[in-house]
Design a protein around this ligand. Structure first.
Ligand code: NAP
Length: 671
């Protein structure tokens, strides 16, 4: 018997006398118990806010990203423990890869994005500097800083590891401690994962706590610095979002809930095309992975009416080949549902479909595991002949290996059926016709958090209809909960407050850690290219000497590069152009001259010029004009132990101090 503990205020707390029993999905026997009504959830909240939050906020984004990477690698090393336990949830080894490895992979992506896309500081910048006054002395910028409370993550039973890690990774990266509350049915797997995390010693004290069992009155005491993220059924989401305290204090609440995701077979994807086969493979996988207990699983299968029979036959053949059985056996392709109660629930929902559908494939009373005490079901394919008149198939989620085939007349009809789910996490369209993809997008994107297109070109690399990726938004409108998770750094900012800051350039430079034009410059130090990464400071500036641009320069550059565009070569033609007063210097010539003016040629800490951002040519330069360069350190981002990136703000001006070009130069500088 596994005693599923909570981890509260630094202590492991055993289940109480009121603990709930947890059964094995495979045998139906009670294997664990979880829950303790006497858990002091308010002390947990205080511990997170007072100990965990300050410890996390003392670290920079890069510190926290490194911490996540180390943690993910530690978990990967110990994942066998999690696999071993997960079989009892009904999951196969292939399912473990989605849950355990998928969760670890998600954490690694956030670790990497944190280093690449966030500063090595405490303030995340959202968007560019806005000039709010005429002379640039009053500017504004949006910044994000971590909330100073705790994130309460309430998760569904189907992904005990991924469900926790996909929320915890962006949350910790953002600098906010978490209290995780897994679904009781699979909480023993989450508990084991939290034990590994604690054993790793990689997280500061107070940053991760675990509630096994009920949340007590936790939600009744949260405030504007706290966040609740919920994953589970629409019914529970509705109950929680109505919590009076959450509403009264505008506590952030996001819900990822069930939805009636659909897949559309494009009109072009007829039998014999690669798309037809991809469609059958994708639907089969979505129906059977995790025994259909995936929030993104395909519940509605939409096919051109003329293909309905062919698709029914192909899917039936594919589903017939799926071996349902004990997930511990290597040959098993589909395991059990999580519990007898979940199986009973799915059978009840299938019953509700019966007035609108007939069964194409699958008989719960007649399949290999029909006599088992475990929560096994076969894949069940239904057919709904009149999806316009039907209601239940568009409303009811059977959270198991069940899906309904429905015919559509034309693309408008397919889009209308897609949208009858009233908001979903994902819709997929299998088509080789880009116009079909565009038409469906315009008609339907507003109803779905993610649109997934697949065809012969993408099929080798496509990640699957049902796979939420850390890079892409997960969540959908309406029925899907109206929430948003993942989506790269968007997920991190969910745990932060966006604040518009306004003030003088110096004030904004100090707050953001990035040099804002108009703020103080330091130009009395040695050439910045001669100083290692650690020695160059934000605001360090080089003013170059000036250089005259001659007609000979322009002609030499034109013939040397082959860029003999008329604006540089033909005075009359250039004058006829509304942008030019006559022959002008090439923009690229100016960039090259600028480099010649600011560069320090000797070997030194500047290792490479790695790019150029936001280049604008603002005023033409004619033969006889002189140019001068100002180079200022705008931002610094460590990359590894050897070097870091310096972002230079570069302004090229003419003899009248008018700006002719502006850009940001990127260099890698040794420490
Ligand atoms: P559920 O019954 O709604 O439970 C979800 C979570 O809420 C569990 O941790 C549950 O804890 C907790 N909970 C229930 N009542 C609560 C309360 N009054 N206060 C605080 N917490 C409470 O859903 P489930 O059966 O675990 O999961 C299946 C559903 O989740 C499916 O409908 C599926 O579509 C959906 N889902 C959605 C996503 C997504 O990303 N959109 C992902 C996975 C699953 P206990 O277990 O202890 O009751």
């Amino acid at each position: 018997m596994i005693e599923v503990h909570s981890f509260a205020a630094g202590q492991w707390i055993a289940p109480g006398s009121d603990a709930r029993p947890i059964e094995s999905a495979i045998t139906g026997e009670i294997i664990a118990r979880a829950g303790n009504d006497r858990l002091d959830v308010q002390a947990m909240r205080a511990y997170a806010r007072d100990i965990g939050g300050p410890a996390l906020r003392a670290l920079t984004f890069h510190d926290r990203a490194r911490m996540l990477k180390a943690l993910a690698l530690y978990l990967r090393q110990h994942r066998q423990t999690l696999y071993d336990l997960s079989f009892d949830t009904g999951a196969t080894q292939a399912d473990h890869l989605i849950d355990v490895d998928g969760g670890i992979g998600t954490m690694l992506v956030f670790a990497s994005k944190g280093r690449r896309e966030m500063p090595d500081g405490h303030v995340f910048l959202d968007g560019p500097t806005e000039q709010l006054g005429r002379a640039g002395q009053f500017v504004g910028r949006h910044i994000c800083t971590p909330l100073q409370g705790v994130a309460v993550h309430i998760n569904a039973f189907n992904f005990p590891v991924w469900g926790m890690l996909e929320k915890v990774a962006p949350c910790l990266l953002g600098g906010v401690p978490a209290i995780v509350k897994p679904a009781t049915a699979t909480s023993y797997v989450t508990e084991a994962c939290v034990r590994l995390i604690q054993q790793s010693g990689l997280l500061p004290e107070g940053t991760l706590q675990l509630i096994s069992g009920g949340t007590g009155d936790l939600l009744d005491h949260l405030d504007c610095q706290d966040v609740v993220t919920f994953t589970g059924s629409a019914k529970t989401a509705l109950k929680l979002r109505k919590n009076g305290n959450l509403m009264a204090n505008s506590v952030r609440f996001t819900a990822e809930q069930d939805s009636l995701n659909a897949s559309v077979l494009g009109p072009d994807a007829t039998p014999g095309t690669p798309e037809f086969d991809v469609f059958v493979r994708e639907v089969t996988r979505e129906m059977t992975a995790k025994a259909g207990q995936k929030c993104t699983a395909i519940r509605r299968i939409m096919v051109p009416a003329v293909q309905a029979d062919a698709v029914a036959a192909a899917l039936s053949a594919a589903l017939k080949g799926i071996r349902v059985g004990d997930p511990r056996q290597a040959e098993t392709q589909m395991g059990a549902l999580v519990s007898a109660a979940q199986k009973a629930d799915v059978l009840q929902q299938i019953d509700r479909f019966s007035a609108e559908t007939e069964t194409v494939f699958g008989d719960p009373g007649d399949f290999a595991m029909a006599d088992s005490k475990g929560a096994f079901l076969p894949p069940i394919l239904l057919h709904c002949g009149d999806p316009d008149a039907a209601q239940v198939v568009h409303d009811v989620e059977a959270f198991g290996p069940v899906s309904t085939l429905m015919p559509y007349r034309d693309l408008d009809h397919a889009a209308a059926l897609l949208n009858r789910g009233k908001g979903s996490l994902v819709a997929s369209v299998i088509t080789h016709d880009a116009q079909v993809a565009r038409d469906i997008t315009l008609a339907s994107a507003a109803f779905h958090g993610r649109l997934y297109f697949n065809n012969r070109t993408s099929m080798e690399e496509a990640t699957g209809h049902g796979a939420p990726l850390p890079h892409m938004v997960h969540g959908g409108p309406g029925r899907a909960g109206g929430g948003e998770e993942l989506g790269g750094i968007r997920a991190v900012t969910h745990y932060m407050q966006r604040t518009a800051v306004q003030g003088s350039p110096d004030i904004l430079t100090a707050i953001t850690g990035q040099w804002v034009p108009g703020s103080a410059e330091t130009s009395d130090k040695p050439h910045p290219f001669t100083r290692p990464f650690g020695d160059v400071a934000i605001g360090d500036t080089l003013h170059s000497p000036s250089r005259q641009v001659t007609l000979d320069d322009i002609e030499t550059f034109a013939h040397f590069t082959g860029d003999t565009f008329y604006a540089h070569m033909d005075d009359a033609a250039a004058r006829a152009n509304p942008f030019f007063p006559g022959r002008v210097a090439h923009g690229y010539l100016l960039l090259s001259f600028a480099a010649g003016l600011f560069v320090q040629p000797d070997p030194g800490p500047v290792l490479a010029n790695t790019g150029l951002d936001n280049l604008r040519f603002m005023k033409p330069v004619e033969a006889g004009d002189s140019i001068q360069v100002r180079l200022t350190v705008k931002a610094k981002t460590p990359r590894n132990d050897d070097y870091g990136e310096v972002r230079w703000h570069v302004t090229v001006t003419n003899q009248n101090t008018e700006t002719v070009a502006e850009y940001e130069l990127l260099t890698m500088n040794a420490y």
